[in-house]
Design a protein around this ligand. Structure first.
Ligand code: TYC
Length: 126
């Protein structure tokens, strides 16, 4: 009994770290070879979240925000807050673009809800 295929054949699964095979190539000896081309994987562009000083946001609020959203212990958060206070700004963390944008949103939301003018921005590095 003959059976007829009802769907297109699917591609073989990809080996992690490679791209899909190039077009089948005839190797000269009548064989068809599929060459796997190593994938060129670049690390993602990283973004630093920079917090800015102002004259009104309480130091304690900034310390808690840095602890909460940037996963710093209280001592580290206090040092970062003091650097912002003295230098005008400081980096609170480095993340991929979307994570950095989320951190900025979280900080701005918390500041707005508490009625403080605290500002922070995300900027690409390198
Ligand atoms: N300068 C603020 C004050 O004296 C404290 C402060 C620190 C505000 C860091 C913002 O990102 C900031 N109350």
């Amino acid at each position: 009994m003959d059976f007829m295929a009802t769907s297109q054949p699917t591609s073989p699964p990809l080996i992690p770290g490679t791209t899909a095979p190039q077009r089948p190539q005839e190797d000269g000896g009548g064989e068809v070879v599929l060459e796997r081309v190593p994938k060129k994987v670049k690390p993602p562009q990283m973004h630093q979240v920079v917090m800015l000083n102002d004259d009104y946001t309480p130091m304690e609020f900034v310390v808690v925000v840095i602890q909460e959203f940037f996963s710093k212990d209280r001592e580290t958060a206090t040092q970062i807050m003091l650097k912002i206070h003295l230098d005008g700004k400081a980096v609170c963390g480095v993340y991929t673009r979307d994570v950095a944008a989320t951190k900025v949103d979280q900080v701005l939301d918390a500041a707005r809800q508490a009625g403080h003018p605290l500002q922070c921005v995300s900027e690409p590095i390198e």
